[in-house]
Design a protein around this ligand. Structure first.
Ligand code: PLP
Length: 440
């Protein structure tokens, strides 16, 4: 960002050009005090993987309240897609905030809602015509405040459209924490403990295995004619950053077509450019009946989307809505985000993602405790030998000024802002390897 652009946003423009700089013990004195004070009033359900108290952030850099500067390789759990406080995103939000902050898209029209729905529908239709070669169907969009609400909307639409009750999801999958989406989530039992009974009619199969659906579910527990939807992450996120074989997703498509089941791709984490294409579906050449999007959609503003062809989106007026879902300011952030993706951001994601994965593979070769480096674009997972090692590596990265998060049982996810430079990727690979060597 230029200094002028940054100044116009009311913050110093130097942060995004800074190097990592850790000048206090971590956490520093101000962070220690502020965390202790805050914790008194915070829900203990919040995780706080390490004691980071963020003061501000720009681009790929995050500054804590003690002036320590970190390189962000997790992008606020993959949501800050365009980097922190991207000037175009911030300016679009500021302009919208002076015109209309809220009116309620369920009950009234405003231009931003239609503009974003049109943009998302255009990208879905483009993908559909590329994959099928046929002229695309019109897609329609319902906007939400979050990923979990997008999944709830998909569950409701699938049941309403098919008039069937049962749903299939996968062990290892994460779809959110509200009671409907939580019923699909099966990545860790602690997310579900003591929250039951959850939604009736949900069945879990093994991720990556078509046979598990045929053998364990269709043959034994649920007739396919009673199944409304199969809900799947085309790249497993929270469950471990696993990329399935194309045959799995193509096989699900064929299975759904055979039995009149809707195929739902939960692209809350994998969508909006994260894997180097607008939707991860593009890598596999498989089109779902319903897409769910959130996280990077609005660069971290609370916004989600549930999108289906008009022929599927058959629920009647009043059957679903949301007071703030599709908030105009969040939509302004989303339109600016998509503009950046349509510019050079997807290319950067593919190029720097491939470079970062290659550098991690090289740096980690021969380091004990490393099982695998995998991923697509800037959705990169590193599988370690034990959960304890994964904990130690995540903490070691933080202490060295690199922010990463764990996923799966014993993996680390690298999901930086999609604007990350090759030089920052190099720093990320080196620090990550240092942390692994020290923890091994
Ligand atoms: N679906 C997937 C694939 C996710 O990764 C997440 C969050 O991590 C969700 C749904 C829930 O999204 P949110 O936290 O915005 O409700």
């Amino acid at each position: 960002m230029t200094k002028t652009a940054a100044a116009a946003l009311g913050r110093p423009g130097d942060l995004e050009d800074r190097e990592i700089s850790i000048t206090t013990p971590l956490p520093g004195p101000r962070a220690t005090r502020m965390i202790a004070e805050a914790k008194v009033h915070l829900s203990p359900s919040l995780i706080h993987v390490y004691p980071l108290m963020v003061a501000r952030a720009a681009g790929c850099m995050v500054e804590d309240v003690d002036g320590n500067v970190f390189l962000d390789a997790q992008a606020g759990v993959s949501a800050a897609a365009t980097g922190h406080c991207h000037p175009q995103v911030a300016a679009a939000m500021a302009a919208q905030a002076t015109n209309l902050i809220h009116i309620c898209g369920t009950d009234f029209f405003y231009p931003a809602y239609g503009a974003l729905a049109g943009k998302l529908a255009e990208h879905a239709a483009r993908l559909e015509s590329t994959v099928t070669g046929a002229s695309p169907h019109p897609w329609q969009v319902f906007l939400t405040n979050s990923g979990t609400e997008g999944v709830e909307a998909a569950i409701k639409l699938a049941r309403q459209h098919t008039k069937r009750a049962h749903l299939i999801a996968f062990r290892g999958g994460f779809h959110g924490r509200s009671l409907g989406s939580l019923s699909l989530t099966a990545s860790k039992s602690k997310y579900r403990k003591h929250f039951g009974p959850l939604l009736a009619g949900v069945h879990h199969a093994e991720y990556g295995s078509l046979e598990s659906i045929e053998r364990d579910l269709f043959a034994r527990t649920v007739n396919p004619e009673e199944v409304a939807a199969i809900v799947v992450e085309p790249v497993l996120g929270e469950g471990g950053y696993l990329v399935p074989k194309r045959e799995f997703l193509a096989g699900l498509r064929a299975m759904c077509d055979r039995h009149g089941i809707l195929l739902v791709f939960d692209e809350v984490q994998s969508g909006m450019g994260r894997t180097g294409t607008m939707f991860a579906a593009e890598h596999f050449g498989v089109i779902p009946d319903i897409f769910v999007l959130a996280k990077g959609l609005a660069s971290g503003m609370p916004l989600g989307a549930m999108m289906a062809r008009g022929s599927t989106m058959t629920w009647p007026p009043g059957s679903h809505g949301s007071t703030c879902g599709g908030n105009p300011v969040a939509i302004a952030a989303a339109l600016a985000t998509i503009g950046l993706l349509e510019g050079s951001l997807l290319d950067n994601t593919r190029a720097v993602g491939a470079h970062l994965r290659a550098r991690l593979t090289t740096e980690l070769a021969g380091v004990s405790g490393i099982v695998e480096v995998r991923g697509l674009g800037l959705m990169i997972g590193i599988e370690l030998a034990t959960p304890e090692l994964a904990d130690a590596v995540a903490l070691g990265c933080y202490q060295r000024g690199l922010l990463v998060l764990e996923c799966g049982d014993k993996a680390i996810r690298i999901s930086p802002p999609l604007i990350i430079s090759a030089a920052q990727a190099e720093t990320c690979a080196q620090i990550f390897a240092d942390a692994c060597r020290a923890a091994a």
